[in-house]
Design a protein. Structure first.
Ligand code: PGA
Length: 266
């Protein structure tokens, strides 16, 4: 798709349920030592630790001025209330969280997060001036049945319907094929590009060309230092959502270095 804007890549580390707050302290510190100014001059980096690590990570990032945006993996769609065990977007915003994953396939599959709840959570994150990373992706079965685009389209429609174009322009969508997550069975760069382009085109149809051109679309699923540059060379892949390979600071920094925009084709 022809672009009027240059999108700044976003490389995000989703730690899932790994690293306690002491391990988080070491990992974020290690990241801070390894990331050089040139690594982050043209690329944004976010880390998404478990909730119990966020305060520790925030303190370190702010005290040291580390070039890392704080992210969360999920949140409730209400500001406060009787929601035992949940964490509100307001609480995250107060901690300096900038990006929140919304509708990760593990939330959808293991915790029954519906398309409606994804939409409500997106709006709650936006209300508190954080940026949602809205995760979409097809299962192996859907892919086998040739229903990838239908699934992606339905997830996007449910998530984005009614949002203002200027809001969508600041969002991130992560294309994460479920069969590629944590399996070592990464999508090919061409397949990732096809899906990311489809996502952009669908957003253009739903919200408008301008928002679609500004929106960042990440690929996620078994990303590692050896395959990162291939994805990032594709014109509609604007970043990576990295799970397992983000747990080790040295490996994650290799991915950030492989994701520099000079390698991109457009
Ligand atoms: P993975 O996870 O990199 O370990 O495949 C990606 C994700 O779930 O965000």
């Amino acid at each position: 798709m022809q672009m009027a804007v240059t999108r700044r890549p976003l490389i995000s580390g989703n730690w899932k349920m790994h690293h306690d707050h002491i391990e988080a302290l070491h990992t974020v510190r290690d990241l801070g030592l390894r990331l050089k100014p040139e690594d982050v001059a043209r690329v944004d980096v976010s880390v998404h630790p478990p909730f119990t690590d966020l305060r520790t990570a925030q303190t370190l990032v702010e005290a040291e001025g580390l070039p890392i945006a704080l992210g969360a993996q999920h949140c409730n769609d209400h500001d406060r209330g009787a929601y035992t065990g949940e964490v509100s977007p307001q609480m995250l915003a107060r901690l300096g969280v900038r990006y929140v994953l919304v509708g990760h396939s593990e939330r959808r599959q293991l915790f029954a997060m519906s398309d409606e709840l994804v939409a409500a959570t997106l709006r709650a994150v936006i209300k508190h001036e954080m940026r949602p990373i809205c995760c979409v992706g097809e299962t192996e079965e859907e892919r086998g049945a040739g229903r990838t685009e239908e699934r992606l389209g339905a997830q996007l429609e449910a998530a984005l319907a009614g949002l203002a174009p200027e809001v969508v322009a600041t969002m991130v969508v992560a294309y994460e094929p479920v069969w590629a997550i944590g399996t070592g069975n990464a999508a090919t760069a061409v397949d990732a590009e096809d899906a990311c382009l489809f996502i952009r085109q669908r957003v253009a149809a739903l919200v408008g060309e301008e928002a679609a051109a500004a929106l960042r679309v990440q690929y996620g699923g078994s990303v590692n230092p050896a395959n990162a540059a291939d994805y990032m060379a594709e014109p509609d892949v604007d970043g990576l959502l990295v799970g397992g390979a983000s747990l080790d600071a040295a490996t994650f920094v290799e991915i950030v270095r492989a994701s520099q925009p000079v390698a991109r084709r457009h």
